[in-house]
Design a protein around this ligand. Sequence first.
Ligand SMILES: CCC[C@H](O)CC(=O)SCCNC(=O)CCNC(=O)[C@H](O)C(C)(C)COP(=O)([O-])OP(=O)([O-])OC[C@H]1O[C@@H](n2cnc3c(N)ncnc32)[C@H](O)[C@@H]1OP(=O)([O-])[O-]
Length: 667
Amino acid sequence: SVKAVMICGENGKFSAGADIKGFSSPKRRGIALGPIVSLIERSEKPVVAAIEGVALGGGLEVALGCHYRIAHVKARMGLPEVTIGLLPGAEGTQRLPRLVGVPAALDMITTGKVLCLVIPPAWPKTHEFLLPMYLPDVDALFCNSIFLPPGQPLGPRRLSLKPVPKLPNMEAFLSEALVKVKKQAHGCLAPELCFQAVKAATEQPFADGVRREQELFNVLLTSGQAQALQYAFFAERAVQKWTTPSGASWKISDSVSLLSLGLGTMGRGIVTSLVKAKIPVVALEQDLEYLNMGRKAVMFLLEREAMKMEQGAQTLDFHNPARLQFTVDFDVLRDVDLVIEAVFENMALKKEIFHKLSRICKPGAFLCTNTSALNINEIASATSRPQQVIGTHFFSPAHVMKLLEIIYGHHTSPTTIATAMQLAKVLKKVGVVVGNCFGFAGNRMMFPYAQQAVFLLEEGSRPEAVDQVIEDFGFRIGPFRMSDLAGLDVGTPARQRHGHRYSPLPDLLCENGRFGQKTGKGWYQYEKAGGRTAKPDPWLHSFLSQYRDTHRIKTRFIDQEEILERCLFSLINEGFDILAEGIASGPEHLDVIYINGYGWPKHRGGPMFYASTVGLSRILAKLQKYSEAHPDVPGLQPSAFLKKLVAMGNPPLKEWMSYLSRPNNKL
Ligand SMILES: CCC[C@H](O)CC(=O)SCCNC(=O)CCNC(=O)[C@H](O)C(C)(C)COP(=O)([O-])OP(=O)([O-])OC[C@H]1O[C@@H](n2cnc3c(N)ncnc32)[C@H](O)[C@@H]1OP(=O)([O-])[O-]
């Protein structure tokens, strides 16, 4: 007597797909969603997927097995398996191209993008997939009357029976698409295998395509990259969960107004991200000329962001003075709820400003400082409310980069920490709370890495060789290209002395007017000042030879393994010290910082996860070897915590912190 079946979700959500935790469970063998989807599709009664909220991964694949799909206007759909190192493994790579065509299916499956019900121009306007509809209106009657006029056979509604729509130039299209996919993958396997699975749909009958999908799925499942990416998925969520005994929390609502102080590069990005998050913001500068320059730059960024948004500039509303104001009048400070200071990295200047803020701002206002290394306690000491002072380290460009490193000082209250975490959430950033020390967690780990890179040049390597090894590992940009991009005069850590080995190379380059991209020369040469294309520079090579001769450094060939290990293991080594000191609450925190703020390849799970896959004993042995060869480099001396973990028999990463007697940590 059943006329039609409707599959829907619960609590406003269709499905987020397979349980990601299940992929690493030994019990997963034998469970296969694909055959269930096929079973649904073979049904003789019409089956309708009623999609509300999200339909992701296996959830969307179930919908693809249904004969009809209807969706709520606010539904979001996608096949994000690629982002967790997999491919849609329940026949989705074979059905989606049959429904939306190869270009749109490839785009969705190789990038994992989640689509709202706005039809991208490339999509054929198939009314069946994108029917805006409120779910309460959906019932069996609807299924019968609208979709299945009497006498219409169900057969053609089965996607597996449909041919993949042909393109006139399929071969050329696919080879171009493959080049693009490989270029964007940076060593991650999943996008290319997703491509191969969709390609199979264009070449083989449905059943063979499904077999190919399964083969490729199994390759990815056991690749190691899937584990790293799934670890990163859960780590990102874990670091955002924390509680204080007082249960402190604070809500950023529409009525709250924020002020950004300083409109340099960082300030401009911060204001842009606040406006994007629809928080009323006042941008304050000390000087009218800087204010006007900053205003122009912010408006330019906002116009660009608005163009990227689906509904255009009006949605950002940035011409409305109630949403965004520019001023040099410090009196506006009296009314704001939270200040983000983003002036130069100069302690005296920051203290002067915080003293002023503390005098003018209302008693409840929170004071955040955007600094990448300075001491939060010292900045807070200039105020009469150190409990409301906190570090918010944004990463450049601040309206793009996802990381917000949040640094608490001695006196920072739990409510202030909760406020900064809430700010990160509202800005759609990943907030990671860390303790206060020079460079905090992220930059402190960067120091030994950047230092090793320069030492390797002294000993015989070249910038292009070091960058190549690091980029082959999966970083988007190696340390020297990065240094040229940021500017050699922007505090690079390799110049710290403290009585240990120190390389004057970056200073010498600056003395020669080589500040990086902005002067057209740095570790590389560029086509012009401000140019972006780095070319190896013969001048630099002969400068390095002369430098080695002057300092009687014997040049030797340095292989790729040594380059990689000295740069990465010294960074990881510092990570172990940071954990031991309680600066970060766990290895996941450091991994999330590195993936979201420093371009660490996500498919390698972050530095500490990577260390666990390499094996702690191996890392220790290599650090011992390198520190014996370079006893004057503290960054290579193995961390006591690393030694302890090796002595305890290399426990798994999630147990590391249990081997520490917890130092004084607020979280
Ligand atoms: C055979 C092959 C079949 C198929 O091809 C393979 C797949 O389907 S692969 C899957 C393809 N699907 C995906 O890749 C979708 C991945 N998920 C997402 O994109 C977002 O979580 C979602 C948009 C759903 C909600 O965002 P939001 O509202 O910001 O909320 P949130 O993000 O904070 O999550 C809330 C809680 O749910 C948890 N959790 C969520 N999803 C899963 C899951 N699939 N599994 C397990 N857990 C999951 C999440 O950990 C968190 O737990 P906790 O303990 O509270 O920390």
